[in-house]
Design a protein around this ligand. Structure first.
Ligand SMILES: Cc1cc2nc3c(=O)[nH]c(=O)nc-3n(C[C@H](O)[C@H](O)[C@H](O)COP(=O)(O)OP(=O)(O)OC[C@H]3O[C@@H](n4cnc5c(N)ncnc54)[C@H](O)[C@@H]3O)c2cc1C
Length: 303
């Protein structure tokens, strides 16, 4: 951080929106991770733009939704973390089949609201415990649905605070992967298109979630699936076949319920979680010659 970004200076301009040495364990679903130098929770997109405008060139910025797909290492994050979910929470219908949703909106809310509007298929969003911003960054999907199948256009903000609208065609989208034209841009909002589904029902969402609870350690501290599925196979099947269910490093454990989940049993450090990820990768490579790619995003410095 440059001298211009002293704590006092930031406090004067942004008051309670800015915090220092904020433990990221408070903001990740794994409940692990070291401190972020600067943690910024803007009140709205205008304050976010003002903040980014005055950041020195090359300041590292990490966009944060609900931290449900993030492993932050124990040494924490040098630079700025911007949390979107408290500020960007607008969700409205803008036509017969279109919805405008801000990046901080929880995916589960999109699922429920679309059912109430008689639109779908949007029930799959209920299976993603993150924000729309995170779902856009990951092309998150569940129960056969995927986020970008519904994107018409997105509103983004670059690292200098400039807003623009981008069409879906500007992005390359794949399985849990999205790349776009602008480096370091954050998603502010998206226009999503669905179909009329007058018979859509909240019961469908309930049934999907009940089914999921039977096979996944929902409620435990995890980041969902740790690895993407290799072509033609399932990461969970490989990990279970290798006898790794229940394998533990410190308080990090391969879930006995679902082999592609790693759970924090209480006091796991990020280093334990990462060591277990590396161990699983090594065993699967040796046994089956398959490289498992982490779906979870690993960021920050080791301690
Ligand atoms: C119990 C459990 C079940 C899960 N099940 C599923 C599932 O079925 N399907 C699935 O796809 N995922 C699943 N996940 C993973 C996770 O919920 C998704 O990846 C989700 O989309 C992450 O959203 P988030 O808001 O938490 O993002 P975060 O974890 O905060 O961030 C994830 C990535 O997105 C980036 N990002 C976040 N917000 C923005 C933004 N506004 N602009 C630009 N980049 C941004 C971050 O920098 C980071 O790289 C599960 C997780 C858990 C804990």
């Amino acid at each position: 951080m440059s001298a211009a970004l002293s704590h006092e200076w930031l406090n004067q301009r942004f008051g309670p929106s800015v915090r220092f040495a904020e433990p990221m364990s408070r903001h990740t679903s794994w409940h692990a991770g070291g401190p972020a130098d600067v943690f910024f929770e803007p009140r709205d997109a205008i304050e976010l733009s003002r903040f980014l405008e005055m950041l020195p060139q090359r300041t590292a910025v990490l966009w944060l939704g609900l931290g449900s797909n993030l492993l932050v290492r124990d040494g924490g994050i040098r630079g700025v973390v911007v949390s979107t979910h408290a500020a960007l929470h607008g969700l409205r219908r803008i036509g017969d089949t279109e919805v405008q949703a801000d990046a901080g909106v929880h995916c589960a809310r999109i699922a429920r609201q679309c059912v109430k509007w008689g639109l779908g298929p949007a029930e799959f969003f209920a299976g993603i415990p993150g924000t729309l911003g995170g779902a856009l960054a990951m092309n998150a999907g569940a129960f056969g649905g995927e986020t970008w199948n519904h994107v018409v256009e997105v509103e983004v903000m670059d690292g200098h605070g400039t807003r623009r609208t981008r069409a879906r065609s500007e992005y390359t989208v794949g399985y849990r992967h999205v790349s776009g034209p602008g480096t370091g841009e954050c998603f502010l909002a998206a226009r999503l298109r669905f179909e009329p589904r007058p018979d859509a029902s909240l019961d469908t969402i309930r049934d999907l979630l009940v089914r999921r609870r039977q096979t996944q350690p929902i409620g435990e501290w995890s980041c969902g699936s740790v690895f993407t599925n290799p072509a033609g196979d399932h990461a969970a099947r490989l990990i279970e076949s290798a006898g790794l269910k229940g394998h533990r490093i410190g308080d990090a454990q391969v879930s006995p319920k679902h082999a592609n989940f790693i759970v924090n049993c209480g006091a796991a450090r990020a280093a334990d979680l990462e060591a277990l990820i590396l161990h699983v990768q090594k065993v699967i490579q040796e046994r089956f010659g398959v490289h498992l790619t982490p779906e979870v995003r690993i960021v920050g410095e080791a301690k």
